[in-house]
Write a protein that binds this ligand. Structure first.
Ligand SMILES: [Zn+2]
Length: 188
């Protein structure tokens, strides 16, 4: 199933539409200084992306204020911080890695993800994600509590609906993380 979503063009299109909406909301809100936001997207070279969708996934939506020149980058369900792999790959591959080592190995070789990267993701879920302002603010909502050793699989199963709906909801839940000042190292 998780493999299927990584090749589901409709799912990629859905993520793009959500990101466009998040970008529209950010732009409508304007800059904190009262200035107007102009489009100034960041170029990206996404990995784990369907070829057919690549052109649409090669920019992270961002804005520049016409008055104070400050950047506003909208929340994203496509990108998890500055990671080169798309958020859905980071979530799905990490979720598999927790309990299904052979399946995770198969998936990461399909997506050409180095084992080192996979280990870094696991570390991040286990050690850094629980400390993020996002998780600190929302963890009390999950009853019984989600065990941090089981991130992100244990978190994914708390979201309702089909595998597709649950993943979409989890990515929406995670989307503020991509604009919060968390340390996500580039290239991982
Ligand atoms: Zn401004």
């Amino acid at each position: 199933m998780c493999h299927a979503l990584l090749q589901d063009i409709k799912f990629f299109q859905l993520l793009l539409r959500i990101d466009e909406e998040l970008a529209d909301q950010a732009q409508a809100k304007g800059c904190a200084c009262g200035g107007i936001l102009h489009r100034a997207n960041y170029p990206r070279k996404p990995r784990g992306c369907l070829n057919e969708m690549r052109a649409d996934f090669e920019s992270r939506f961002s804005f520049c204020c016409n008055r104070c020149r400050r950047r506003t980058t909208s929340m994203s369900v496509r990108f998890l911080g500055r990671r080169v792999y798309l958020a859905l790959a980071v979530v799905l591959v990490s979720a598999r890695h927790a309990g299904q080592i052979p399946a995770a190995a198969r998936l990461s070789s399909t997506l050409d993800i180095p084992v080192r990267t996979l280990q870094r993701w696991r570390q991040w879920w286990k050690q850094q994600f629980p400390l993020t302002p996002l998780w600190q603010a929302h963890c009390a909502r999950f009853m019984p509590p989600v065990v941090s050793d089981l991130f992100p699989a244990g978190l994914l199963e708390r979201f309702a609906g089909t595998a597709k709906d649950a993943l979409m909801r989890l990515l929406v839940f995670l989307s503020p993380i991509t604009v919060a000042p968390v340390s996500l190292s580039k290239g991982s």
